[in-house]
Design a protein around this ligand. Structure first.
Ligand code: AHR
Length: 654
């Protein structure tokens, strides 16, 4: 009886195992035969000043309209004190770059002041130091300028004073400590004493910026970028490069040098969408090209600036520079190369040194044109490239393929780029999650000769709900992960990729989804951010073949996969994405290299609700968890959760 029962058990066990084996696919990885190296630039960042990403976002300045240059000169400011005791006059000095300043006249010696509302308030913290600065000139005796930080209720939570003004314009700086946390603080500056004081560039920064830089960036926001270990930073966009019309295009030369001399202009996203109007959206250029290069360096990313090619946005004015008048635009590229890489004896290299960076930034890539299309783009790019390639064969000039990943314009542009000998072609795709799933094999059949791909702007666009962050669903992130296995598998063709846009201010956005949401106090990583992070922090050095039944996993049984070797750590890194609503098993068979027995670390992103998203109230609804599994041989069984992304780092014998 006992014997019969044991045989029955063995039978059941065998039936069970063979049942599992029959269903479970085996991913065969050829770990000893790298297929192609992965570019160190592979996973990067796209930064555009959209959604208040720069002023009111990463740029740590807390004062809005600090130099009174908005169309309405006192936008963001409220007068305090009674008007009859004094006057507020906006003076236009006719200085081209920073024409306006404010003249405060306190006639009776009573307090007269102004309150700045910040960018939907100011985010301040107890115990932190704040740096106040102002350009000022006194024309009649004034005793002091009182500076106060007010909380939401108007209570003073920090204060200082500036005095001893002279009859010449000077910059005055002072520091104070804030006594309370507040995310909607205001800044009040008040004249005390009788007389006249003119002020400009009224500024307040936290002392604690990323790397404690002056004129610096919000530490919490930059940290999120640094954590991604990005391969490159594309800046300054996006459509902002093009401008609504040529007049409002991005001109890098106006964004370097002394901050107070940078000419502020309207942000093109100010009026772009009628339903998301942002009348107070301008570009102070406090975050300009020097700061972008510095940011790239600080986070270990290759700088990738994109410059205007003599065309304004084709969705807007479509203004064109005549073909025989492109020289100043081409000169802008040449001068930028000098600014970034030139010696300190050159005009632009000298300016870089004066700004604090004598060493070159070692820029290797420059984009010419953003989302352009048609013959008008090709005709212009041709003229640019003739000069640029001849003068700077060491630089990779990036061309574009228009706003869509397919269709008439795309089909026209790719062969043209090939013909022009462009080395990298920028592709953009804002598409549904389904499109991303269906396109996981997009690059498997791309021509291996000629230009490489820069997937410069992409995001899966899911349904929107009320919350700003609601479009960054787990469904969209999962679809991107599936698609990204295809980017990685084709790393011989795809050299760079970046999700877009990067930042969205929950209280002032124009475009969504975005990779990172923020307000004055919080920074929220979306599920899409965590997908990017899983790929970029497990980037590896070489792609290896990973096949099921001789084919890559591109959706069979809802599974997607790619595998790479990290030769620096001697690990095999396998990414597995299950977009199905049921858990799935996947066998891994490692060929050619010995797997070290022991425990392996898994990073898993999963949620059973595809509509889940992270938000300021609950920022970690979808966030990675670590798991460990024991392995003893070269066959490993993975149990993948429903709707999950799993990365396994498997140690190999050296
Ligand atoms: O990322 C938002 C916008 O999308 C970019 O400015 C533009 O290049 C694209 O159309």
């Amino acid at each position: 009886m006992k014997l019969k029962f044991s045989i029955f058990l063995i039978f059941l066990l065998f039936a069970g195992i063979s049942g599992t084996l029959a269903q479970t696919k085996t991913l065969v990885v050829k770990a000893a035969s790298p297929v192609t190296p992965i570019q160190p630039t592979m996973w990067g960042l796209f930064f555009e000043d959209i959604n208040f990403a720069a002023d009111g976002g990463i740029y740590a300045e807390l004062v809005k309209n600090r130099s009174f240059e908005f169309y309405k000169p006192l936008m963001g400011w409220k007068k305090t004190g009674e008007e009859y005791v004094g006057q507020f006059q906006i003076i236009n000095s006719q200085n081209e770059n920073n024409p306006r300043f404010l003249r405060l006249e306190s006639l009776q010696g009573k307090e007269l002041g102004l309150v700045n509302e910040g960018f939907r308030g100011m985010g301040v913290k107890a115990g932190e130091n704040y740096l106040f600065s102002v350009f000022a000139r006194q024309s009649e005796g004034i005793s002091a300028l009182k500076v106060e930080l007010l909380d939401t209720e108007g209570k003073v939570i920090g204060q200082t004073e500036v005095k001893n003004f002279s009859g010449e314009w000077n910059k005055y700086e002072t520091k104070f400590t804030c006594s309370a946390n507040n995310s909607t603080a205001n800044l009040r500056v008040t004249l005390s004493g009788k007389g006249v004081l003119e002020i400009d560039m009224v500024s307040l920064f936290p002392e604690n910026t990323f790397k404690n830089r002056k004129n610096g960036l919000r530490a919490d926001m930059v940290q999120k970028l640094a954590d991604l270990k990005p391969g490159f930073l594309r800046f300054p966009g996006g459509c902002i490069v093009e401008g609504h019309e040529l007049e409002t295009r991005y001109q890098w030369k106006k964004t370097v040098g002394n901050v107070e001399d940078r000419q502020m202009i309207v942000n093109r996203w100010n009026t772009e969408f009628a339903h998301r109007n942002a009348p107070d959206y301008f570009q102070s250029y406090g975050l300009g090209f020097y700061e972008y290069f510095l940011l790239s360096e600080d986070i270990g990313a290759e700088p990738l600036p994109i410059l205007n090619c003599g065309m304004a946005c084709q969705f807007n004015s479509c203004e064109l520079v005549p073909l025989d008048a492109l020289d100043p635009y081409i000169q802008d590229v040449l001068d930028l190369i000098e600014f970034a890489n030139g010696t300190t004896t050159t005009k632009w290299g000298k300016l870089r040194a004066e700004m604090g960076h004598p060493e070159p930034f070692n820029m290797k890539m420059v984009g010419v044109g953003n989302e352009q299309w048609g013959t008008q783009y090709v005709d212009r790019l041709k003229i640019f490239l003739k000069v640029l390639n001849e003068k700077h064969p060491e630089i990779i000039f990036v061309g574009g393929s228009g706003p869509s990943p397919d269709g008439k314009d795309f089909d026209y542009l790719w062969p043209e780029m090939r013909q022009l000998g462009v080395k990298l072609v920028d592709e953009h795709y804002y598409r549904s999650p389904d499109w991303f799933l269906q396109n996981a094999a997009r690059y498997d059949s791309y021509d291996r000769k000629g230009p490489k791909v820069f997937a410069g702007e992409y995001a899966a666009h899911d349904k929107e709900e009320k919350d700003a962050e609601s479009r960054n669903t787990w469904k969209s992130a999962l679809a991107e992960a599936a698609f990204m296995t295809g980017l990685e598998r084709n790393a011989d063709v795809v050299h760079l990729a970046s999700y877009a846009p990067l930042f969205g201010n929950v209280n002032a956005w124009q475009w969504r989804p975005d990779l990172i949401w923020f307000d004055n106090e919080h920074v929220v990583a979306t599920p899409n951010y965590y997908v990017q992070k899983i790929f970029s922090t497990n980037a590896g050095t070489d792609v290896v073949s990973a096949l099921v039944d001789g084919k890559p996993l591109t959706g069979q049984d809802s599974l997607y996969s790619s595998a790479i070797i990290d030769s620096k750590t001697s690990e095999l890194v396998v990414k597995m994405v299950n977009v199905g609503k049921k858990p799935a098993s996947l066998n891994l068979s490692v060929e050619g290299r010995k797997v070290l027995a022991g425990e392996i670390r898994l990073q898993v992103l999963t949620n059973e609700d595809l509509t889940a998203y992270n938000h300021i109230g609950k920022p970690e609804i979808v966030s990675p968890v670590e798991r460990k599994i024991k392995i003893s041989g070269k066959k490993i069984l993975f149990e993948l959760d429903a709707y999950s992304v799993t990365v396994a780092r498997i140690p190999l014998k050296k």
